[in-house]
Design a protein around this ligand. Structure first.
Ligand code: 4AD
Ligand code: MG
Length: 405
């Protein structure tokens, strides 16, 4: 029989009746061998718990997807509900972009007074001289084109728990490389109540894989065209990335690996120094061309907001970069320093106390462990399409000495 969620929940003494329920997935919780879905069709404030075993493909069963579930209505062992539905068949009626699973889209500003990455690679914004307000006084403070929407996302993650943004970001990086632009697009996400890099890496790997599979299934001809004429063999390399679990190594391990091969590099690898593109590419090769997370970088190399691991004498922060074949760094992220006194000291040491008082204040009013990441969109295209130069994945590339039209 077909039941509404309301009727299913109202069933007294459920004992294995076969029923069919239709609705939208309100939450997904996966445990080792078992998957719990909460499904609602609007007939009730409460959702119906659906229990599915590991034979179901959990990738399609995402927040927001509409489903038709057939199974047995049974008494629930949990105190929170009377009945639950033991799934025998789950059909996805309409799937829901996995990137949107519970993440609220925020438009973060392009003009900002902060230098999130603290690297000083800023383009300053001023009104043209025709405007009758003195240059510096338009906003009262110097303002710049944003290098990252992260700090604004951190504010909003305190209201919506999981947030993301996708927009242009700008870096005055004076580097003529195959992976740097002065204007590029970045996908950034921020998650409250996130306690470990492990959890963050799971989101990153999931985002990379689901997005790539969606691209492959929605526009196979375009991808094939690139693979055929520009990057032969890329199809297999991409499949290799999707099929394998991404690897994880610490920065310290990475430096040890690089030291073994130091004769290959222009820059000598040593603990405390930044990883160069040549190092990153070597690490990926070393890992069998599987994307690899490098975690726990030296505190001295990273911006003020990254969480202190308190692991003296090394002194690292809970940072993570995802390195991918052909490109090197594709994602950069971290746990954020949510502890007031730690952040206060970090800001003081960088002379940023005054400018970031508002950011420090976020740690005074209901601060929670949180973290997030950013992914360069053009580098993502390079990675999946196998395109060597970043200037070839964007119609109007901006880089040093080049902004013609
Ligand atoms: O590693 P980045 O600098 O991290 C941040 O900006 C963090 N605030 C993100 C966050 O946690 N919300 O930049 C993130 C990614 C890099 O991994 C890279 O893919 C890309 O942005 N990126 C660039 N892409 C093209 N040209 C450039 N000049 C880039 N700089 C960074
Ligand atoms: Mg980075």
């Amino acid at each position: 029989a077909k039941l509404s969620v309301r009727d299913a929940l109202g069933t007294q003494n459920a004992s294995g009746e076969r029923v069919k329920v239709q609705g939208w997935i309100r939450s997904v919780r996966s445990q080792k061998e078992i998957l719990f879905l909460h499904v609602n069709d609007g007939s009730s404030l409460e959702s119906l718990q659906v229990v599915a075993d590991s034979s179901f493909d959990s990738r399609e069963l995402a927040f927001g997807s509409s489903v038709e579930v057939q199974g047995q209505l049974v008494k629930s062992l949990s105190k929170r509900q009377n009945v639950e539905l033991k799934a025998e068949k789950i059909e996805v009626v309409g799937n829901c972009d996995a990137k949107d699973s519970g993440f609220v889209h925020i438009h973060t500003p392009i003009i900002t007074s902060n230098d999130c990455e603290g690297a000083g690679e800023l383009f300053q914004v001023k009104p043209s001289s025709k405007i009758k307000v003195p240059e510096e006084n338009f906003f009262n403070v110097p303002v710049f084109l944003t290098v990252s929407g992260q700090l604004h996302l951190e504010v909003m993650s305190g209201a919506f728990t999981q947030v993301f943004t996708f927009g242009p970001t700008f870096r005055a990086e004076n580097s003529q490389s195959r992976r740097h632009l002065a204007e590029f697009y970045m996908v950034e996400a921020e998650i409250s109540f996130l306690e470990s890099l492990q959890d963050l890496m799971q989101v990153v790997e999931g985002l990379f894989k689901t997005t790539t599979m969606t691209v492959l299934s929605n526009c196979p001809e375009d991808v094939e065209l690139c693979h055929k004429f520009i990057a032969p063999g890329q199809k297999d390399r991409l499949e290799h990335m999707l099929k394998n679990n991404f690897l994880i190594i610490s920065y310290t391990e990475a430096v040890e690996i690089l030291k073994q091969a130091s004769q290959n590099f222009t820059f000598t690898p040593e603990w405390g120094a930044d990883l160069h593109t040549e190092h990153e590419k070597y690490l990926v090769k070393h890992c069998g061309d599987i994307p690899v997370f490098v975690i726990n970088y030296p505190l001295a190399l990273k911006p003020f907001y990254m969480r202190d691991n308190e692991d003296s004498p090394q002194h690292t922060v809970a940072a993570v970069d995802l390195l991918v074949p052909g490109v090197g760094e594709l994602f950069g992220g971290s746990l954020r320093e949510e502890r007031y006194h730690f952040l206060e000291q970090r800001l003081a040491r960088s002379g940023l106390t005054e400018a970031y008082q508002w950011y420090l204040d976020l740690r005074r009013f209901g601060s929670v462990p949180h973290g997030g990441f950013g992914m360069g969109f053009e580098r993502y295209l390079q990675c999946i399409l196998g395109i060597d130069n970043i200037k070839d994945v964007i119609p109007f590339p901006r880089f040093t000495h080049s902004c013609l039209l």
